[in-house]
Design a protein around this ligand. Structure first.
Ligand code: TZP
Ligand code: MG
Length: 247
């Protein structure tokens, strides 16, 4: 364990031991450690999968190539499949994300996230409320929430979201039923909410420069990675352009 984490736990211990039961203290410390670990998630290049769009023969191949190129988080986002199929894919993709130590987030489905021991779940405005998801999934798991305005963002954070997906920043063929988010609204969200933000919707090599040096933690991308012939190269190019560093 790193020195800072040990120091952090010691400090918390001293403060929390005062007049509390051992069980309560243990629970609170676990909660604090989880939130510390969750704060260290690297959201720089956040891949959302889409089997319908991918250039690769299998989703496993698509995810592995993307990770090799620099993807730091993978969200399994598979619409139009049965629970069993979604579960099977999740088990299989989790083997790859575990191998590369990349967090796996499951779109929509709390049950599948729990079943495969994923790092967390991503929910939208018409999914289960954040509070309910938190109660079901526990404080150790990551909850990401899609938002399109500052009110939704503030509410999501208040109810326990760990990060926000803000979009759609640009119109995209990947998802038609989106609400447009202006740069002004994005900046308002950034100023009012202190959890990590990834931008989504039409993020590619032309648009990513608009989000540099604006306090945005990462780029959430579907087609500009999975649909490209060279998935690894596309991810690498985006990672390097956004971070100004080599991958
Ligand atoms: N939510 C808002 S836009 C979007 C989602 C899932 C799709 C983004 O896809 P792409 O191909 O990166 O524009
Ligand atoms: Mg959803």
């Amino acid at each position: 364990m790193n020195k800072n984490v040990v120091k952090f736990i010691e400090k918390k211990l001293v403060r929390k031991l005062k007049g509390k039961t051992k069980r309560k203290v243990k629970k609170e410390i676990k909660k604090d450690i989880s939130s510390k670990i969750k704060q260290n998630v690297n959201y720089t290049l956040y891949l959302c999968t889409d089997r319908g769009l991918m250039s690769s023969a299998t989703i496993e191949e698509s995810v592995e190539k993307a990770i090799k190129g620099g993807v730091t988080v993978v969200q399994l986002r598979e619409k139009d499949c049965s629970s069993k199929e979604f579960y099977d894919i999740a088990v299989s993709v989790k083997k790859i994300t575990d191998q590369y130590k990349v967090p796996l987030i499951i779109n929509d489905r709390v049950d599948i996230a729990l079943a495969v021991k994923a790092a967390g779940v991503h929910i939208g405005q018409s999914d289960l409320p954040v509070k309910v998801v938190r109660r079901l999934i526990g404080y150790e798991k990551i909850i990401g929430v899609s938002v399109s305005n500052v009110d939704e963002a503030v509410k999501a954070k208040k109810e326990g979201a760990d990060y926000l997906g803000v979009g759609a920043m640009y119109a995209t063929d990947t998802k038609k039923d989106t609400r447009a988010v202006s740069m002004e609204e994005l900046m308002k969200i950034r100023d009012n909410v202190d959890i990590p933000i990834v931008v989504i919707g039409g993020i590619n090599m032309n648009t990513l420069y608009n989000f540099k040096n604006k306090g945005i933690n990462g780029l959430a991308v579907v087609s500009a990675i999975v649909a490209k012939e060279d998935v690894e190269g596309a991810a690498r190019q985006m990672y390097e352009a956004f971070t100004d560093s080599k991958k």
